[in-house]
Ligand binder design. Structure first.
Ligand code: ADP
Ligand code: MG
Length: 473
């Protein structure tokens, strides 16, 4: 039934069926990927038509199209096909819709579209040889090469790289946000290094919001605000880190707002970081909040086990130190708060081994990190996991303990055991006990099985990711 309606629907004047279906798909996508990703990547898409089972979707830029194709199109197709089996293909095309090209205040879209400017970067190269006195020093370790990309940070990474590589401000501002120690500063420095290397003439200024405030107050005191303004407004790329610090500081906000507007109007790139999304920033004026959300908003999610393990491997590689596999896995499992702490833990273990002259082992790791491990003990409980997994698969919580072995309860139960092992610090026997007094070998088997199936079955692996993400917040 749906198949017929679908192929004809593009000619109808009433709301065609595919629009209704698209709405439903969007709803699901929003649930699965979260508000931020949805707003940044999926909301700006426009549904064009459906012809013979192929859905044509428009994306406002080529970059967005490529990104959606490589990250979401499979999921879109899958969801859509579930609703309507006649849909077999999704085509994403670049379509500069009028909505996206409108003046930014007229659209709630996160992407403002690139505007060309009369002020090319090279016009201004000769102005002021060294105005960068205010700019803070950059950490040489914070480069794109040293940044390990995983699910939680892939959006922020791609956006940062894109901004670093383009001469014009496509996303303005780029707004990066996320919790402490998740890589915001690292990405900003990486952008700065990249621009310095590829376009040495472009003037890049990086500083914390605190420093911005300090400079501004100083300028006020010394009645030097003209020079202050001039300094900021003549840069090609301005990065302000931890902008939440100017919350509640009204005059600084005012000045920041004007600086920001002046740069964006000239099509100069502005990059902002904060610990919260623009709309959640406290003590921030409404107009500033809304202005901050005009460009591309990309968030860094809490780390996952895979990302933590990847980062540990990368760090051990650069330090050229061999660390036993089980120590790496142990750290990735236990130090979950943030990447800074993870690095700190690794450094401590290495320092200890060097000083005391003992091999790195699980045992020494336990000793050296006792306090840190305690603090990182997860708050998520096995009960939480059982409940969430049961909901997700639509089975009863009691089935987590039951002896039923049919696949539709056994597999979710294994998933729950797997998550209990990777997200809590409970031992295998402890986990077994919570699952109806099962043996620790059963739990071990479940963990291995899930790992195995995850590698073969993409959809299953996505289910696990989604569950993990909802449990990790
Ligand atoms: P934030 O500014 O978000 O608080 P930072 O950028 O200072 O966090 O990152 C904290 C530490 O973690 C830094 O040493 C940084 O190099 C490291 N780090 C963060 N994310 C990554 C990553 N994806 N790959 C490698 N190192 C990372
Ligand atoms: Mg930082």
């Amino acid at each position: 039934m749906t198949a017929l309606a679908l192929t004809k629907s593009s000619n109808q004047t009433q709301v065609p069926l595919f629009m209704v279906e698209w709405d439903q798909v969007c709803h699901q996508l929003q649930e699965e990927f979260g508000e931020a990703i949805f707003k940044s990547w999926l909301k700006p898409l426009s549904i064009e038509e459906v012809v013979e089972g192929t859905v044509h979707i428009g994306a406002p830029t080529r970059f967005m199209r490529d990104w959606v194709v490589s990250h979401y199109v499979e999921r879109i197709r899958h969801l859509w096909q579930k609703l309507n089996p006649a849909v077999t293909k999704i085509e994403i095309i670049v379509k500069l819709s009028s909505k996206v090209l409108k003046a930014p205040e007229l659209t709630s879209s996160h992407v403002t579209g690139s505007r060309t400017s009369a002020h090319g970067a090279s016009d201004e190269d000769s102005i002021g040889a060294d105005r960068n006195v205010i700019s803070a020093p950059l950490d040489t370790r914070f480069t794109f090469d040293n940044f390990v990309v995983g699910k939680p940070n892939e959006l922020a990474y791609a956006a940062a790289l894109r901004v670093a590589e383009s001469q014009t401000a496509q996303f303005n501002p780029l707004f990066l946000y996320g919790g402490v120690g998740l890589g915001k500063t690292h990405l900003m420095h990486a952008i700065a290094w990249h621009i310095k290397a590829c376009h040495p003439k472009r003037r890049v200024m990086y500083l914390s919001a605190e420093k911005f405030m300090y400079q501004f107050i100083r300028a006020l005191r010394y009645k030097d605000t003209v020079a202050f303004k001039e300094q900021f407004r003549s840069v090609n790329v301005l990065m302000i880190d931890d902008v939440q610090f100017i919350g509640g500081k009204d005059t600084t906000q005012e000045e920041f707002f004007h600086t920001f507007n002046a740069l964006v109007d000239q099509n100069h790139q502005v990059i902002i970081s904060a610990d919260k999304s623009p709309s959640d920033l406290e003590g921030m004026e409404e107009r500033l909040k809304s202005r901050l959300g005009w460009g591309l908003v990309a968030d860094l999610h809490p780390t996952t086990y895979e990302l933590r393990l990847g980062i540990l491997h990368a760090k051990a590689d650069t330090l050229n130190i061999a660390i036993p596999k089980e120590v790496m896995e142990f750290l990735a499992c236990k130090i979950v708060s943030n990447i800074r702490e993870l690095e700190g833990a690794l450094n401590r273990i290495i320092a200890h081994a060097t000083l005391v002259g003992r091999e790195i082992s699980l045992e020494t790791t336990h000793e050296v990190l006792r306090d840190l491990l305690k603090a990182n003990d997860r708050r998520v409980t096995i009960e939480d996991i059982q409940k969430r997994v049961a909901e997700y698969y639509g089975i009863k919580i009691s089935d987590m303990q039951s002896a039923r072995r049919s696949q539709n309860v056994a597999r979710p139960r294994q998933v729950a055991m797997y998550l209990a092992k990777t997200l809590t610090s409970r031992s295998l026997p402890e986990i077994g006990r919570k699952f109806g007094g099962r043996d620790h070998t059963t739990v071990l088997h479940a963990v291995r099985k899930v790992d195995e199936v995850k590698n073969q079955d993409r959809e299953f692996s996505e289910d696990i990711d989604i569950l993990r993400r909802t449990l990790e917040v």
